[in-house]
Each structure stands twice: as structure tokens, then as C-alpha cells.
Design a protein around this ligand. Structure first.
Ligand code: XMP
Length: 326
């Protein structure tokens, strides 16, 4: 719309004024906010923005590729993808407790991102340039929640063996801090980002790591990724993907049940479909999906995903259930 075109223009000018001819770094999460913030800053300062995407190996099928391909194609951004899947799997080995998993994923994420940021800074310094700014996709509701302050972010250099530990301080650039989510999507559209990015449903930072009940392993991630891709495909085909808030697919990796397929008995894992309707994720109701859509998802998952012999539907509202299972 005209108004959002104005917002884009104003914010691009503001970012240009703030950053001048210096450099900025931006962490992409795969989500809407960081992608739109990055695209906007890219518009303002071009290749003086470096984007970093930490691939923790816990994304859904095609999501990392979407960032690598679609985001870069549209924005022309300088993007570093850090493939850290092995590191995350290693850190998660043997861990089933949900809070523990969240802590580990969060910790590893910061480690990997900070290291990547330090590399970007070091590289810039070799060319006599400094990276003073960190771009964040903070929205208006986040600003209100955190009391309205803006400021700086610190990165400690842990790895500076032999040298003095160096603390890096970045000034925050938050071009979305006056906007609500739907406005951010509109800004994203104005900037030419594809619907796959702009309309993306909420997805937790810890990714599929908290949608496997039990230990996270590569094999289990593969199983869940296939089941999730089928559910998303069928929901989109039915035109329901924009209707529902989100639909986590959860693998009960520590549960087995008996089934029968062809001539044989199976002993596989159930997956749970968790379709929810919500306004803000604080409360949610389970979505009454059409039976025929549920049937297609169930048939396809049990036919196409080895290891899964049962599909169950979560009919719990929030509260008392949370949207995610972990
Ligand atoms: P719950 O499970 O608490 O989830 O009802 C509420 C909403 O938040 C999402 N969620 C997360 N998002 N990092 C995120 O960025 C997280 O660790 C996280 N955990 C849950 C969840 O998908 C739902 O939309």
C-alpha cells in the first residue's frame, strides 16, 4: 500500500543516516522479522551489510535453501551460511529433557553466531573498515514488552587465544520497532520478498529439536522432516495454511506402537498433528481441520515415511496445553 511504501522509504533513509558509510551485520533466523529487517537495511546500505544465517540443522525441509536462494535472489544480500548441524547434534546427543534441549540449542546458537560475527569483523578490519552495527528485527510489541529502551549488544571474544580478550560492542539498528507483525509482512512484500518468507507461520527458534519427544538424532530429524513436509504440503493444497496459526508436527520418538502394513507387523513411531487457531499464541484452540484433509495427511505420512505407523491428532486447547509439545 501507499502508506507502507512510505514507511519503507522513511526507514531506509533513517538507516542510511544512522549507519552512514560504516558496516553492519544481521543475523537471519529464517523468520519474517529478521528477513524483512535485513532486506530493508540492505536497501539502505547495500553490500556494507553482511547477513549471517546459522544453520543448526533443525530446520524444516527446504527452509535453509529458501533463505540461501530466495532471500539472496531478491535482496542481493551478502549472506554467510554457517553449517553447524554437526555441532548442534553433538551437543544434543543423549539429551531428552525439553528445557535442557532448549538451553543447549540456545547456547550453541550464540556461540556459532558470535564466532561468525567475529569473523566478519576481522575480515572488515583487514580492509580498514569497522562493523559498528547489529541489525535486529525487533517489532513494536517487543519494544513495549522490554520497556522501550534501545541500545547496544556485546560480543565477547572467547577464542582469542594468546591475544587479549576483545569485547565487541555493536549499536543496534532496529528498523521495524514501530511496526506490528502484519505491517512487517507488508513492508516485506514492498521489498519484494516472496510469500514463502513473508507469510511464514511462527516456528520456534529451537526448531525441530523441540518437536522430537526424546533424544534428537539425525535419523529422527529426517523422519520428522518428511512427515512435516507432507502435512504442510497438504494444508497448503487445501488452502488452509494461511487460515491456521500453525501446525506443529511432533515425532514421539520414545513411543512405539504395533501396526500392520502389507503382510507384516510394524513397530513404529506415532507423529502428532497439532493444528491450532490463535490470535497471538498466548491462547489457542485446536483447529477443526476437515476430515478429508486429515485423512490425506495421515495416509500419506504412514505410506511415505518409514518408521511412522500412526498419526494422531492433538485436540487440546491452550491452556492447558502449550502449542509446542516441549
Ligand atoms: P507455546 O508452546 O509456548 O508456544 O504455546 C507459543 C508460540 O511460541 C512459539 N515458540 C517459540 N518461538 N522460540 C521462538 O521463537 C522458542 O523457543 C519458542 N518456543 C515456542 C510456538 O511455536 C508458538 O507459536
Amino acid at each position: 500500500s501507499w502508506t507502507m511504501a512510505n514507511v519503507v522509504e522513511e526507514q531506509v533513509a533513517a538507516v542510511r543516516a544512522q549507519i552512514g558509510d560504516r558496516r553492519a551485520i544481521c543475523g537471519l533466523s529464517g523468520g519474517v522479522d529478521s528477513a524483512v529487517a535485513a532486506a530493508l537495511v540492505q536497501q539502505a546500505i547495500g553490500d556494507r551489510l553482511t547477513c549471517v544465517y546459522v544453520d543448526h540443522g533443525l530446520m524444516r525441509e527446504g527452509e535453509t535453501e529458501q533463505i540461501e536462494r530466495d532471500f539472496v535472489a531478491v535482496t542481493g544480500a551478502d549472506l554467510r551460511v554457517v553449517d553447524a548441524g554437526e555441532q548442534f547434534l553433538g551437543a544434543l546427543a543423549g539429551v531428552s529433557d525439553p528445557e535442557q534441549k532448549r538451553k543447549i540449542i540456545g547456547r550453541e546458537f550464540i556461540r556459532v553466531f558470535e564466532q561468525a560475527a567475529l569473523d566478519v569483523v576481522a575480515e572488515a578490519e583487514e580492509h580498514g573498515e569497522t562493523v559498528d552495527f547489529l541489525v535486529q528485527g525487533t517489532l513494536y510489541p517487543d519494544v513495549v514488552e522490554s520497556g522501550g529502551g534501545t541500545g547496544t549488544a556485546n560480543i565477547k571474544s572467547h577464542h582469542n587465544v594468546g591475544g587479549l580478550p576483545e569485547d565487541l560492542t555493536f549499536t543496534l539498528v532496529e528498523p521495524l520497532r514501530t511496526l506490528f507483525k502484519d505491517e512487517v509482512r507488508e513492508v516485506g512484500r514492498q521489498l519484494g520478498l516472496p510469500d514463502t518468507l513473508v507469510q511464514r507461520q511462527p516456528f520456534p527458534g529451537p526448531g525441530l529439536g523441540i518437536r522430537i519427544v526424546g533424544e534428537v538424532t539425525r535419523e529422527r530429524l529426517d523422519v520428522l522432516r518428511q512427515a512435516d513436509a507432507i502435512a504442510r504440503e497438504e494444508l497448503s493444497a487445501a488452502g488452509l495454511d494461511t487460515e491456521i496459526w500453525q501446525c506443529p508436527v511432533v515425532l514421539l520418538a520414545d513411543v512405539r506402537s504395533v501396526g500392520v502394513q502389507g503382510d507384516g507387523r510394524t513397530y513404529g513411531h506415532p507423529v502428532v498433528l497439532r493444528p491450532v487457531s490463535s490470535e497471538d499464541a498466548m491462547t489457542a484452540d485446536w483447529t477443526r481441520l476437515p476430515y478429508d484433509v486429515l485423512a490425506r495427511i495421515s495416509t500419506r505420512i504412514t505410506n511415505e515415511v518409514a518408521e511412522v505407523n500412526r498419526v494422531v491428532l492433538d485436540v487440546t486447547s491452550k491452556p492447558p496445553g502449550t502449542i509446542e509439545w516441549e
